[in-house]
Design a protein around this ligand. Sequence first.
Ligand code: FMN
Length: 176
Amino acid sequence: MVQNPAPATFYVDAPAMRRTIGHFATGVAVVTTCTEGTPHGMTVNSLTSVSLEPPLLLVCLTIGARSTGAVSEAGRFAVNILSARQEHLALRFAKRGEDHFANLEVTYGQHGVPIIPDAFAHLECLVERELVAGDHLVVIGRVIRVCERDGEPLGFLGGRFSDVAVRGNEPTHWFF
Ligand SMILES: Cc1cc2nc3c(=O)[nH]c(=O)nc-3n(C[C@H](O)[C@H](O)[C@H](O)COP(=O)(O)O)c2cc1C
């Protein structure tokens, strides 16, 4: 492996990192889990597909956030991909210290993880591996169940929620 210079040589501060990486458009999801009968959830946009066979994904969760410890403890979680109409849920699950589930009727997946009603899609996962990276915990999940619905996903670009406009071209699955 190439030996890189010490990190201090190329210092990038947190606002610059956040602003610049924010040009990479993403969807918005809520990671949910349950410990001792208590549901937990947090809004994320760090969701990435890792592998198709076996089906693996990853999310990067802030170390110290309530839901991060809960995901580790439970060893399972769901990724609820929000629909264009669920901006209010993205905000709700991003507020620190709130009871995120107050007056929200959730269902429970096969493995006891809370599922957000009317989400665009959801994926139920078992924690396969965890890796501490800086101030986040990278959680790799093995996907054990998926569910898709009709509608439009919620987007996130430049620190703002956005619509996702699909072009009329064919899907590009054949590229990879
Ligand atoms: C659009 C959006 C995306 C976010 N993505 C992430 C993320 O990928 N990882 C993360 O740790 N926090 C992310 N956050 C911040 C968390 O949702 C927020 O800190 C949350 O309150 C933590 O949940 P807690 O109540 O379990 O501490 C995001 C927030 C928003 C609004």
